[in-house]
Write a protein that binds this ligand. Sequence first.
Ligand code: BEZ
Ligand code: FE
Length: 303
Amino acid sequence: MRQHTEETLTDAVIARLGKISDPRFKQLMTSLVKHLHAFARETKLTEEEWFEGIKFLTAVGQKCDDKRQEFILLSDILGLSMMVVALNHKTPPGATEATVLGPFFVHGAPEFEFGADMTKKATVPGEPTWVTGRVLTVEGVPIAGATIDVWQARGNGVYDIQDPEAEFELRGRVLSDAQGRYAFRTFKPAFYGVPTDGPVGKLLDAMGRHPMRPAHMHAIVAAPGYQQVITHVFVEGDPYLDSDAVFAVKDSLVGKYRKVDSADEAKKLGMPNPFHRLDWDFRLAPAGEAKARKSIAASDAVT
Ligand code: BEZ
Ligand code: FE
């Protein structure tokens, strides 16, 4: 058929997908066309609105470079990133839950000794915090030699990679010891806003939404024979836990940062007194039990 109406056009476009040989790609394209057309029909999309949409997506693309990924941010604030996490990470009972990766992960962060100070190169002061715990199986058996790759924003809400002058601030890799234990010194995380100086910031504003993320530390925990988990530890009591701009909060990921005021304990740990302390165990599911998230590609390391 040569001529199409709003009733026949969707099927006509889908019929042209017949030559796709990869069945999964075919399924994805068929569904995409179906839902895009349904969106236009349902909303009776006007030409002006459609062109506004094109202009917006163009601006999102133009904002991207090797350090800034506005499309990931768009996916995050629309809840699509967390939908993909939810669909692909049915965490087995007892395992640490996965959440959004976000755009600020960097490959090759420095490795730290047990108990090392990750704040040494910090350019913004923060509240000294001792983070310690174990990496365990879901049955509670210690996992030795697990890698815990952690990163967090400075107290002013900016990640090191958003600052051209900075390198590897408040990020690093620690290994669990023979008893599965790990420890390091950092700052207590602070809440912060996702970048709003681009089209996604304007979209948030137009939707009457705030850009804030509750305070958190990111971690990717990996060990041979276990599923890698990309996760966060949020701070109990944070005012944005119920309205995270990227919908990434899970109850099981909210941690208690205790205030410690003990000269003895501070001395033992090499901390100033008083300080904060987070005791946090990561629990990994065995490999192969569910589909593991593919290891992070170099292209993910963007702001
Ligand atoms: C983050 O936590 O680093 C983040 C996650 C999603 C969007 C922006 C930032
Ligand atoms: Fe973050």
